[in-house]
Design a protein around this ligand. Sequence first.
Ligand code: RIB
Length: 283
Amino acid sequence: MITVTGSINLDIVATGPTLPRPGETVTNARLARHPGGKGANQALAARRLGADVRLIGAVGADDMAEEALKLLQAGGVDLSGVQHINGETTGVALIAVAADGENLIVVCPGANKALRPADVTKQSITHMMGVLEISADTLLAAAEVATGFVSLNLAPAMAVPDALLARASLLSVNETEAAFYGDALHAQGALVAISLGGEGAALYRDGREIAREAPPQVQVVDTVGAGDTFTAALTVALIEGMPERDALRFAVTAGALACTRPGAQPSLPQRAEVDRLMRETWR
Ligand code: RIB
């Protein structure tokens, strides 16, 4: 069982020809709503890749909560650790996606930031995944309770206590986040994964690169959720005992498949798809 301690959002997505620059208005976009949130995306990604998954998180006591939880429920993620908090709104992400698949995201955390350390300290957690769309204190509390593999996706980038980094078995970041954290990423002995967009990803131990893989070539439609898929796939593979290079191949393949369909959770791949594309790519 993997316990994800993280965020749950409803994604409001405008897909148009280009992304706006600051001060610019762009038009002719199509509107869609999908369940999202980095924590929820990683929970469902891990579930679709074959893990038993429980999610600890929070939504508001509003109409958006049901919509945000619907694919998690349908996918068989255990939601017994999800609270509905009166007086808070469900987290919302406002997302713009361009024709080339690039995106901009603004998150309104709402209930996600109301999740407190006391909400996790009474839980029993073996393996865990966590993200920074909830408070760092709550994430630290979960990491301190966890007795197994601790996978922390340090997104979005923000100052975090050293004690949190010290609990990690795996730290995952994109290039922007890697630049923000700098050497601190490598200081506490965790395996570090840096995703490189279309270039794939690299793995580091003690600051030394130990593996680098390019993803299979795919038709990119929407990159939202690709990083979450990458992190979840790498975590699932390492917990399963896959060697690090194979785990990295598995993760870049899963991340690439998530780019081929629109939306965060609707695009998360199933295990059989990832295994098939991996076999085709690395015969
Ligand atoms: O990583 C993608 C996610 O970031 C979206 O689903 C959105 O909710 C934001 O949290």
